[in-house]
Design a protein around this ligand. Structure first.
Ligand code: 1CP
Length: 336
């Protein structure tokens, strides 16, 4: 069994597996080079050979325990007929939500759009060393709603979002639940070992709406993973103290904490759940010594827990790959 699965499933604490969110991306010169020749980001995600090559780029540089397939959470709205644009400045947006097209998309058409991703997973799995895990992912329904409705543009992000048309949202969430499960099972069948569920904008939900828009939809996906024996990692970013309630309700195999979460609080409140991540990616932009000290802090706090080293969010484009190498090499020598 791979080091990562041994930690995730068996709760083995004898070593600390390591991987990074956005480990394939703009901080790597080899990614930037490929990206500059492929200006259409979605097309790049749907190019099996290149997606597989990009997934493996960080595996060649660093002794990581997992590869995460190069794709995006927004391939789902795209495969449900929405014109997703990846703008340089404001991030991805759905230029025109076509609700009928969205709700009417059939499984066959959805799968045919996403076929290149399954092919990329399959190819990557055959190349990847047997002691490494392959992670596939989906965005949680709420986070996909944020992009479907361009909530990020319509609302100041320091304000919580108020849902206006609850009936429409209900049918959108139902469709997402159904089709995210289709995407999960197809990624598993193609060779993915683990599913990570990103709820990157969970922090924008009002407390009284958390059950409806966060816990319930995440639980539905996690339960589906359990039924199909797929280990799951949830990342409900920004939930603050509600992380505890999330865990009690959703019960994934592992939980990724963000950098607002005090690691000692997590350790004391999350029982024996496998914890992943936490360290602020901004610290990797500082002096190396400071970054390495912060890394030691996380390793020390979680020394008696099943812990997967990762960050509190993705690696930033300005990060120097040399600090990533130092962290990976340090975490790799841990034997408890
Ligand atoms: O311009 C570029 O080169 C594209 C940048 C980029 C990359 C490398 C985007 C656009 N997506 C990705 C890949 C990606 N997206 C991965 C690959 C695997 C890896 O981690 O190495 C993953 C897991 C994602 C997931 C994703 N996409 C999330 C969830 C995680 C998170 O960052 O919170 C979200 C919210 C997205 C939307 C998205 N796609 C791209 C960007 C820049 C964003 C975020 C924009 C925003 O802040 O709203």
């Amino acid at each position: 069994m791979s080091k990562l699965l041994n930690c995730l499933i068996n709760k083995d604490i004898s070593c600390v597996p390591i991987w990074f969110m956005r480990q394939a991306g703009r901080y790597l010169p080899e990614f930037k080079q490929l990206r500059s020749q492929n200006p259409n980001f979605l097309k790049l995600c749907l190019n099996s050979d290149l997606a597989s090559e990009i997934t493996l780029q960080p595996m060649k540089r660093f002794n990581l325990d997992a590869a995460i397939i190069f794709s995006d959470i927004l391939v789902i709205p795209y495969a449900l007929g929405q014109p997703i644009e990846f703008g340089k400045k404001n991030g991805p947006r759905n230029s025109k939500l076509n609700i009928n097209k969205f709700l009417d998309t059939k499984e066959k058409n959805f799968l045919s759009t996403l076929q290149p991703i399954y092919k990329a997973i399959n190819k990557t799995k055959t190349i990847l060393n047997k002691d490494k895990s392959l992670i596939a992912f989906v965005g949680a329904p709420w986070t996909l709603l944020i992009y479907l409705y361009n909530f990020k543009e319509q609302n100041k992000l320091d304000k919580k979002i108020i849902i206006k048309d609850k009936n429409e949202i209900k049918s959108v969430l139902k469709k997402l639940d159904e089709f995210l499960k289709i995407h999960i099972i197809n990624q598993k069948q193609a060779g993915a070992d683990i599913i990570q569920i990103f709820d990157s904008w969970a922090g924008l939900i009002e407390d009284e709406d958390l059950n409806e828009y966060c816990y319930k939809p995440n639980k539905s996906l996690v339960d589906f993973c359990k039924e199909n024996k797929i280990p799951s990692i949830c990342f409900p970013k920004g939930l603050k103290e509600n992380y505890k309630k999330f865990l009690e309700e959703v019960k994934p195999d592992a939980i990724n904490i963000d950098h607002d979460i005090d690691p000692s609080w997590a350790k004391n409140n999350f029982g024996n759940t496998c914890i992943q991540g936490g360290m602020n990616p901004n610290i990797l932009l500082e002096d190396e010594k400071i970054a390495l000290e912060e890394m030691e802090k996380y390793l020390e706090v979680f020394k008696n827990n099943p812990y997967i080293f990762n960050l509190g969010h993705g690696i930033l484009p300005e990060t120097n790959p040399s600090i990533i190498k130092k962290i990976v090499d340090r975490v790799n020598i841990i034997k408890r």
